[in-house]
Design a protein around this ligand. Sequence first.
Ligand SMILES: Cc1cc2nc3c(=O)[nH]c(=O)nc-3n(C[C@H](O)[C@H](O)[C@H](O)COP(=O)(O)OP(=O)(O)OC[C@H]3O[C@@H](n4cnc5c(N)ncnc54)[C@H](O)[C@@H]3O)c2cc1C
Length: 379
Amino acid sequence: MHTSITASDDPLLVQVERLAREVVAPAAPRWEHERRIGREGLLEAAALGLTALQVPTAWGGLGLGFGVKVRVAEILAAADFGFTMSWINTHNVAAKLARDAPAEVARAYVADLVAGRRLGCTALSEAGAGSDFGAIRTLATRDGDGWRLDGAKAWITNAAEADVIVLYAQTEAGAGGRGIACFLVDGRRPGFVREPAFALSGQHTIGTGGFRLEGYKANAAEMLHPPGQAFKAALVSINGARTYIAAMCNGMVGEALRIAQAYGESRRSFGKPLAEHQGWRWRLAEASAELAGSRLLVAHAAALVESGADAQLAAAQAKLMCTRMAERQLPLLAQAMGAEGLREHHPFGRHLAGARVASFVDGSSEMLLERIAALTRPR
Ligand SMILES: Cc1cc2nc3c(=O)[nH]c(=O)nc-3n(C[C@H](O)[C@H](O)[C@H](O)COP(=O)(O)OP(=O)(O)OC[C@H]3O[C@@H](n4cnc5c(N)ncnc54)[C@H](O)[C@@H]3O)c2cc1C
């Protein structure tokens, strides 16, 4: 699976390319048929250390930087967007617990997440609150030293199977962002009720679903961020998420382009290969140019995130442009394949569904435009 920025002699990335090409890409159509998370592929990802990339070495992780995560995300998404979402969400919970949780909480979960024995998810959205995060209604009320959680989450990556959950809840009805706190929720405890995974028109490898909390008890140490800090913590981590989602869009387009390029050399029409028809090859040239620009946007945002600089604008711009590029280019590249592009061992249809999802998660395109407008307004 060659994509120009990922061709690398870095031994880890070589292994990731092998995983993408030999494990994820061939299995992804079957996982989609079976409407499930690619759990066996995730175990192989964990064996390579991918669930431990940004987990500090003191917690058994690799302690690597954000840039590596972005490159891994692009390589894996070239094979399957949903699989990559599932992996990265578990990775993020492991890294967050190692970084932000009290040691006794991190000790209980990080090793299982890193080994792929348990899946993680991060739950902000609810049936009644998506873009408007401050409107969430899952309620946290004081219960002795700890907290009682009641409410329902929806549209959560990995919710079909995850049971280590970073969850945002309101501590003061009507308080908006300043009342929101962040908790660790263990899906094996009483009071956690999982809903069946959502039936969607594609991308079931994400394991999207929801769950209810009915009198769930969280102890004091399991509050990861108190009210007043949780909303801000969620917004800080979103710059990284926007950047890697943008990279995943580039991965999908890079793979679609590679397949179309190869097809254009072998398929003949009107006495010559498709690639010798100017009208046909210009389409691929445009995709290649747009992909190159999109990769520069991601590289810029990733460098800012990695260095700890303000990445809000760069990450929002990268995600907006890369998702749009993928939504435009994937159908055009599929068209360049003729009927052949419809065969399910090719990823065009799955990738297009992935690009649709990318346009919502971690800030819809409209929310990104709002952010970009606010950040570029003359003062
Ligand atoms: C596959 C999948 C996985 C997901 N994974 C997670 C996860 O792991 N964790 C999690 O917490 N959430 C997750 N989400 C939810 C995702 O974050 C939301 O879908 C997203 O925030 C948008 O919310 P919404 O779908 O409720 O749309 P709404 O907020 O209802 O918006 C509907 C439409 O109106 C637009 N809109 C809303 N407000 C405005 C405005 N002020 N101005 C202009 N336009 C506006 C939106 O952009 C959108 O196009 C996931 C979603 C999907 C589809």
